[in-house]
Design a protein around this ligand. Structure first.
Ligand code: SF4
Length: 417
């Protein structure tokens, strides 16, 4: 693709700046052209992958419209007081780049985020303009995920939602206090209002679709949000209580967690030498998964004295150990929801057990034949009344056993080397 130096420089700056936005998973994929007679290579700049609602992996051009921000969020490289190189695409440039990349098969869609340039309305207007150009000038109806700018007018948000496949409003930090400490120009109301509006419009569009074949679409892929983890002392309980609220109240598709990477120095932030809390981020995703697919509530995952997730053991195992009086669970009698509370047992195994149970009682051997992973589950179940855990049903004993198995597993990996 013929791209002038100025445009290429903007692409480098604005795709690099977009990598901190995790509401569209991984970035930085490089793809060489291996076809005979084919033209061009996919540059690493700006290509990322996301999963569509039907489970397909799609490649997206992931960029910021601008990094020229008027706000001064303490944790952000783009903050107005940080002396970095600034760049701004015009809506025409973004639309043209998307189409050129699409025609060359580098991408299937666009993920467009942005700093706040001049004002929320000005930025939102430009994001909308990109969508308008893509949809009506280029007749491009591929996947487009855009950022909604908090504080932008509801009319602009609505117009944008009619053309986008997915939108996200980043909540950034889990409490009002944290926001005013680190992002003093941001208001909770300005974040929650567009979320609520989008939720209502989606519900309206779904209802209209039931009655009218040609009803207007409104963000068919739903909305998502992102929270930064570890920049403030907020607990995991605070973070997951808020996530639960967002799922319940706004039918949020995903809450993404982003481990804070210390890139800016401020007395209100962790020291620059602090490592990003990646294991904590991983545990939060595990807990989030339990809330979305395993009928867990955030209140199930904490006690008054333990407002943070355990870093050694996963949240489902910790739930079982803390509530050991609810175990062992009899495989032949448990409801689907109870089966999902057995550590090590996933949705597929639980569904298989329910199905097979209709034909005959399940034995320990038949569980193995069904390829149920019993490594952890065996400490928390009975099968036809028999307990197969080789230690007594006691949290400390089970923990010790799991630790020992883990050490044995690690030793066996070393022996293979
Ligand atoms: S508004 Fe967004 S881009 Fe601007 S400083 Fe805050 S986090 Fe960074």
């Amino acid at each position: 693709m013929a791209m002038d130096d100025d445009l290429f420089e903007k692409l480098k700056i604005l795709s690099d700046a977009a990598k901190y936005d995790v509401s569209c998973v991984s970035s930085g994929v490089e793809r060489k052209n291996n076809t005979v007679g084919g033209i061009g290579n996919a540059p690493a700049a700006g290509i990322c992958h996301a999963w569509s609602s039907d489970g397909r992996c799609i490649s997206l051009l992931k960029i910021l419209l601008t990094n020229d921000c008027i706000y001064d969020c303490k944790y952000c490289l783009n903050r107005v007081t940080n002396p970095i190189k600034r760049a701004t695409f015009t809506p025409e440039e973004v639309a043209e780049l998307t189409i050129q990349f699409y025609r060359r098969n580098y991408i299937e869609g666009l993920f467009l985020s942005s700093a706040v340039e001049k004002s929320p309305d000005h930025t939102m207007e430009n994001i909308y303009r990109v969508l308008e150009l893509l949809r009506y000038k280029y007749n491009f109806w591929g996947y487009v995920h855009v950022k909604i700018i908090p504080g932008a007018s509801p009319l602009l948000v609505k117009k944008t939602g009619m053309l986008a496949d997915r939108v996200s409003v980043n909540i950034e930090l889990p409490t009002k206090e944290s926001l005013s400490l680190l992002a003093p120009q941001k208001r909770v109301e300005n974040i929650l209002q567009p979320m609520s509006l989008i939720h209502n419009e989606i519900a309206g569009a779904i209802e209209d679709k039931r009655h009218f074949k040609n009803a207007m679409r409104f963000v068919p892929g739903g909305q998502s949000t992102q929270m930064i983890i570890g920049a403030t002392p907020d607990t995991d309980k605070t973070i997951l209580d808020l996530s639960q609220n967002l799922y319940d109240k706004f039918r949020m598709k995903r809450v993404f967690f982003s481990a804070y990477i210390p890139v800016m120095s401020s007395p209100n932030l962790p020291a620059l030498s602090t490592m990003p809390p990646l294991l904590r981020e991983h545990r939060l995703y595990q807990a989030d998964w339990l809330m979305r697919f395993y009928y867990f509530n955030s209140s199930d995952l904490f006690t008054e004295n333990e407002p943070n997730l355990d870093l050694e053991f996963d949240p489902k195992l910790m739930y079982a150990l803390r509530n050991i009086d609810k175990y062992p669970i009899e495989i032949n009698k448990a409801s689907y929801e109870e089966l999902l509370r057995i550590p090590g047992l996933g949705v597929t195994s639980a569904q298989r057990i329910i199905r097979e149970r209709k034909n005959a009682q399940i034995s320990y051997d038949s569980l193995k034949k069904m390829r149920t992973v019993l490594k952890r589950a065996k400490y928390f179940i009975t099968v036809k009344g028999k307990y197969y855990g080789n230690v007594k049903l006691d949290p400390e004993a089970i923990k010790a056993q799991i630790r020992m198995k883990e050490i044995q597993r690690q030793i066996s990996i070393f022996e293979l080397l």
